[in-house]
Design a protein around this ligand. Structure first.
Ligand SMILES: Nc1ncnc2c1ncn2[C@@H]1O[C@H](COP(=O)(O)OP(=O)(O)OP(=O)(O)O)[C@@H](O)[C@H]1O
Ligand SMILES: [Mg+2]
Length: 450
């Protein structure tokens, strides 16, 4: 089937000339004015490209462009311009025209430009289709959980997603922060725009700044060409600043300024650039504690922490374990041709008793390993990794040692489990933040590395 094109011009000759030139490769419809053109667009959803004169009696090609784009944002548009309307054509490019062609029309040029616009438009719809597939993959259905804590998370995601509010996602490693960030984007009006993730901890200072804001040619050694940053790439979409606690004080200042003014400059540049982005940040550290310790700017913390979503460690919501197990079992068993059919209650007990320091990620990896190593049927106790079986007694702590030693061991173990998140550890232990700080200072003074 040929792709459909709509040709709009008040001159019958021009219409026919273009129609003939294009009809080898395209199904061409024609209209004599803007009004008829809009009707044709409404009647025929298969039209992918609009080719219109600018100056026509009645509504102009510019007005037609706007109305057509509002009706069908993916529509490719080329405007035909005569000498008097070049300025308007330039203006039209800003309104979403893909190209313009000078009149009188050179027919070879016409075919080439139409082909090029078609290509761009095909790419655009391909990208849009890919994005909607991704968004399906990253909806809330992909986050498993029915504990109160997770219900709260779902509720917050649903509330925050439709807004442009900045979200800070906190929680220990492997609790699903990235999944939540994706879900917020997928459920937002920005879903058809890009989702751009930046691992802030992975790059040294200058590189991170250049990654975020871009740079001009010559901004630093090795900057051989202008490069746009992630803030620009994420225009009309969401930028996900992962491991936000790891950015240096200097970069924190620049990020704060960018968030406050909603503008930034490329490294080595002077032009103030404005982009339309939604910010989601995440950390597995206790950011509040970083603020208290002077490692993270308080003003930036508040800028980021507009909506605060905290994912609890898995062992705080053991009720979610069977659900997650069954989900991951389905997932990995399917890859093995459905050979694994379930799990025995005895094996499940061990999974429920384990403390899961690596949280859902660890659980997922464990199930994958169990399924891969299993010879089929139901997973049973002997399929449970040795480490989990050895832990056996879920209380976990030996009765040897003084009360003080037991307390210290428990506090340090909990802290390790929360990835160093003191607030979280204090909550788990049922003590105040102040107490845990005091204890940790004591242990540090005893030479403990914290
Ligand atoms: N509630 C959940 N339901 C289903 N899968 C989950 C859930 N939480 C986490 N996962 C899975 O666990 C793995 C880790 O999740 P994710 O990468 O989102 O964690 P994270 O909090 O970003 O960890 P880190 O701090 O290490 O970056 C992924 O494979 C993710 O799909
Ligand atoms: Mg992550």
């Amino acid at each position: 089937m040929k792709p459909s094109i709509l040709v709009v011009d008040d001159e019958k000759n021009t219409r026919e000339l273009m129609s003939r030139a294009l009809s080898d490769d395209y199904a061409v419809t024609t209209a004599a004015d803007a009004e008829l053109a809009l009707e044709a667009l409404k009647a025929d959803p298969s039209i992918v490209l609009l080719l219109s004169d600018i100056r026509m009696p009645g509504a102009s090609g510019m007005e037609l462009l706007k109305a057509a784009k509002a009706m069908r944002p993916q529509l490719a548009c080329i405007l035909l311009t005569a000498y008097g309307t070049v300025d308007q054509a330039v203006e039209a490019m800003k309104d979403g025209a893909d190209d313009f062609i000078m009149k009188p029309v050179n027919l070879d040029q016409l075919e080439a430009r139409v082909a090029k616009a078609m290509e761009t438009s095909a790419l655009k719809s391909e990208v849009a289709a890919l994005r909607s597939q991704l968004n399906e993959k990253y909806g809330l259905e992909n986050i498993t959980g029915e504990s109160d804590a997770m219900k709260r998370v779902f509720h917050l995601v649903r509330q925050a997603a439709p807004t442009d509010a900045t979200v800070l996602i906190q929680g220990p490693s492997g609790t699903g922060k990235e999944l939540v960030a994706h879900a917020i984007h997928s459920l937002s009006p920005r879903a058809s725009g890009p989702f751009i993730a930046v691992q802030c901890g992975a790059l040294p200072d200058t590189l991170l700044e250049s990654e975020l804001f871009g740079h001009e040619k010559g901004a630093f050694t090795g900057a051989i060409a202008r490069q746009i940053g992630r803030f620009e790439a994420a225009d009309h979409g969401t930028i996900f600043l992962d491991e936000i606690s790891e950015i240096s004080p200097a970069t924190q200042v620049k990020l704060l300024r960018a968030l406050e003014t909603r503008t930034f400059t490329r490294l080595g540049g002077t032009e103030a650039i404005k982009t339309d982005i939604r910010i989601v940040a995440a950390t597995n550290r206790d950011l509040r504690a970083y603020v208290d310790e002077g490692k993270f700017r308080e003003d930036l913390f508040y800028r980021l922490n507009v909506v605060d979503i905290t994912l609890p460690p898995l062992r705080e919501r053991p009720g979610d374990i069977p659900l997650l197990v069954s989900r991951f079992l389905d997932e990995f068993s399917a890859k093995k041709g459905g050979l694994v059919t379930g799990i025995t209650p005895a094996a499940m007990k061990y999974l429920e008793a384990w403390r899961w320091p690596g949280n859902v990620r660890e659980l997922r990896n464990t199930i994958e390993k169990m399924v891969v190593l299993s010879s089929g049927g139901k997973l049973d106790v002997e399929d449970v990794p040795e480490q989990l079986r050895a832990a056996g007694n879920p209380s976990g702590f030996s009765s040897a040692g003084t009360l003080g030693e037991t307390e210290k061991a428990k506090i340090l173990a909990t802290l390790k489990e929360t990835g160093g998140n003191r607030t979280q550890a204090a909550k788990l232990l049922g003590i105040s933040r102040r107490t845990i700080y005091r204890k940790l200072d004591e242990y540090a003074a005893e030479g403990e590395k914290i």
